[in-house]
Design a protein around this ligand. Structure first.
Ligand SMILES: Cc1ncc(C[n+]2csc(CCOP(=O)(O)OP(=O)(O)O)c2C)c(N)n1
Length: 374
């Protein structure tokens, strides 16, 4: 279905403000919003999906108009609290239109982290009191108009509605290419970590392509995957997984390889990890100022002083790298550091079109990893 039909219906609904977290399955929507509105009056990329509901609520309070919140279905969990305790009609009764990318739809092949989420997506929305309509490639403008009439009725009652978007359902004429000028690629830096971390060092890697690149780097070197915990889902929680391990394994160094979008998503964890001042904790932020994995839409990380934030959160050693030379010298600095480390590495938005996905299952990953931790 052409994205134009959807945006026209939204316009007629009186909604003109969009907030969300990008999703590859909603790429046609994200790119169209970026090209029409950029980031500004009509469109904000939120830190997480719950925050997007907050923005939608604030917009409604200020204008009396409903807003649109877009997200991958993985983000429903982040939004549950403000859906139940803020916008629900038993509280402030604030209409919101959700546009939800349906990863892991039953019967459609997808990665393990999407399977259960995909199974429960519509039930979960139903449970949250949100009427939802499935949008597929075949949805006609007439069917869409009928869904929007229902949305209007629900909005009049102070309810929320959702469009659950199937894979490949939305088409747009524009596909934006995003870029920055940093010399290092994320994948090359990931390879450096594989080469320069020690035999007993532990890696916890963030959601998205970074984990896929780590998996492939091990394969390319003929190594096993037991040293790495791949946070395939649960975006934004790799630092807390790493902290949970580091607390128990004082004699092992734990590297968290984080993404800037993920770190922003639950930024409070930086304060908790930093203030714990664990001498074996090495938090590495791959900052490409974007959600590269899902298409490259920008984050606010270009405007953020992560080094200042890390310092004030209590990290004891703060490093930065933008060139290969600087990235290589990081490993000596980390080896000599006394106390916890935060390192920000600036990376560009290149990634391989033929990048694979883990060929082992999450359970195999967990079992080998736990054995390695013993
Ligand atoms: C809660 C949640 N929201 C959204 C997504 C979809 N998603 C997967 S990876 C990703 C981008 C991650 O960005 P970043 O951490 O900056 O890493 P990059 O891809 O740029 O390396 C997003 C939005 C998700 N998996 N989970």
């Amino acid at each position: 279905m052409k994205i134009k039909y959807l945006l026209d219906e939204i316009e007629q609904l009186g909604a003109s403000f969009y907030a969300g977290v990008p999703d590859s399955q909603l790429r046609a929507l994200c790119d169209t919003l970026m090209s029409r509105y950029g980031i500004g009056d009509r469109h904000v990329i939120a830190a997480n999906e719950g925050a997007a509901v907050g923005l939608a609520a604030g917009h409604y309070l200020a204008t009396g108009k409903p807003a649109v919140v877009y997200m991958q279905n993985s983000g429903i969990g982040n939004a549950v609290n403000p859906i139940c305790s803020l916008v629900n009609d038993k509280v402030y009764a604030i209409p919101v239109l959700f546009i939800v990318g349906w990863r892991g739809e039953p019967g459609v092949h997808d990665e393990p982290q999407h399977i259960y989420q995909g199974e429960v997506t519509r039930d979960l929305l139903g449970c949250l009191g949100i009427q939802n309509f499935v949008i597929s490639k075949e949805t006609t403008p007439e069917e869409l108009a009928a869904y929007f009439s229902r949305v209007k009725e629900e909005f009049a009652l102070g309810h929320q509605c959702a469009l659950v978007v199937r894979k490949g359902a939305l088409e747009s004429d524009e596909k934006l290419e995003y870029s920055n000028n940093y010399p290092l690629s994320r994948e090359d830096v990931v390879k450096l970590f594989v080469e320069h971390t020690g035999e007993r060092d532990i890696i916890v890697s963030t959601t998205g392509k970074l984990s896929r690149e780590l998996f492939e780097a091990r394969e390319a070197r003929g190594q096993g995957h037991e040293k790495d915990f791949l946070t395939v889902g649960s975006m934004g929680h790799s630092s807390m997984i790493a902290m949970g391990i580091a607390r128990e394994k004082n004699d092992r160094r734990v590297f968290c390889l984080d993404g800037d979008g993920a770190a922003l998503m639950h930024m409070g964890s930086l304060a908790v990890a930093g203030s714990a001042q664990m001498g074996n904790f090495v938090h590495v932020l791959f900052n490409n100022e974007a959600h590269e994995t899902v298409g490259g839409m920008p984050t606010v990380s270009g405007k953020i002083d992560y080094l200042g934030i890390a310092k004030s959160c209590g990290y004891e050693n703060i490093f930065t790298a933008e060139t290969e030379e600087e990235a290589l010298s990081l490993f000596d600095k980390i080896a000599q550091a006394k106390g916890s480390v935060f390192a920000e590495i600036k990376t560009n938005l290149s990634s391989r079109a033929d990048l694979g996905r883990p060929t082992t299952t999450p359970i195999q990953n967990k079992e080998a990893f736990m054995e390695f931790l013993k």
